[in-house]
Design a protein around this ligand. Sequence first.
Ligand code: NAD
Ligand code: UD1
Length: 337
Amino acid sequence: MNILLTGGLGYIGSHVAVVLTEAGHRVTILDNLCNCKVEVLSHLAKILGSSPIFIQGDVRDQVLLESVLKDGKIEAVMHFAGLKAVGESVQKPLMYYNNNVGGAISLLKAMKICQVKTFVFSSSATVYGVPKYLPIDEEHPTCPESPYGQTKLHIESILRDLANSDDAWNIIALRYFNPVGAHESGLIGEEPNDIPNNLVPYISHVATGKFDKLKIFGNDYKTLDGTGVRDYIHVMDLAEGHVAALNYLNKKLPKFSIINLGTGAGYSVLELVNLYEKVSSRKITYEISGRRAGDIASCFANVDKAAFLMGWRARRSLHEMLEDSWRWVSQNMTIEL
Ligand code: NAD
Ligand code: UD1
């Protein structure tokens, strides 16, 4: 199939570009480069043998999108383009609603005009808010705690309404848990522009020596060792979940589905620190600091729906996630090891 990936030069989209191309699809990437480097394209070419088609542009440019959809004979769209920093979304909510919700609307309008009605959306487990029970299934109530999370929930509502309005739409919203790791080549991975907020990118740069120490945000949670527990999923498993989603959509069964993508297992901050030390053979210095505002003790997914509907389950271990993360950062760091 001819598939458009918006935001396809970013962390998740670039890994999805690899697995889709390897599965025989023809990938077109549209990205405005606001949170990625154009060099990702040449790294994709190294992995794949040739570069995906790339258009530099913004998803809010409906006219451009219409021409991309028509010229590329696009049959399905995977929508990764969006801003994703929780803290920044609290400071700049209009920017987030404009980019994320505005971007989705202009993309969907262009798709409707061009009669392209197969759509996979990057949603997030952040829409669930504070867990009322664990593991979290897709029926769990939603209550996002940040403007970022609200934009994801708004877009899901738009997608549900759209699917109800016209049977020709086939839509899946994938709610990602905590994507980590990198492609096994070490050529593509997560490249935060600023100081990372997320755990694995931060630990990895304590290992490289870029940061002195990790601050562990609280060790007094009701978890096995007191530190926060999350459902980390290898980005390549997540990427394969998108191929499974596409295959499911092509059966044209339901018009709109919401599906968790996680592993179903939770690991604590200290477990990650200890394992990162092993895979990197580096000391991860840390200190226990106060809890981070808005954090929760534990969060992990019920992944039965993905297995039942799409025949997909994550298969890579935490060890592989951290090993691949370390290969990526150690190959791409600019300071001496
Ligand atoms: P990323 O920032 O690495 O990738 C997003 C890409 O979209 C970037 O390359 C950026 O340049 C591009 N982009 C942003 N706004 C755009 C616009 N208006 N027009 C065109 N391009 C635009 O992020 P990611 O980690 O790859 O996440 C991809 C999607 O998955 C996002 O929608 C994010 O909210 C969602 N998600 C990510 C995580 C995570 O932990 N990484 C978790 C849950 C959901
Ligand atoms: C964060 C976002 C969430 C987003 C998810 C995946 C917040 C409040 N939530 O969630 O919306 O969907 O990333 O991108 O930002 N930790 C430390 N020290 C650090 C960093 C993290 O101890 O320097 C701990 C956290 O307290 C948490 C765990 O590590 O227990 C994981 O944190 P993180 O990687 O930021 O993911 P989430 O908290 O799940």
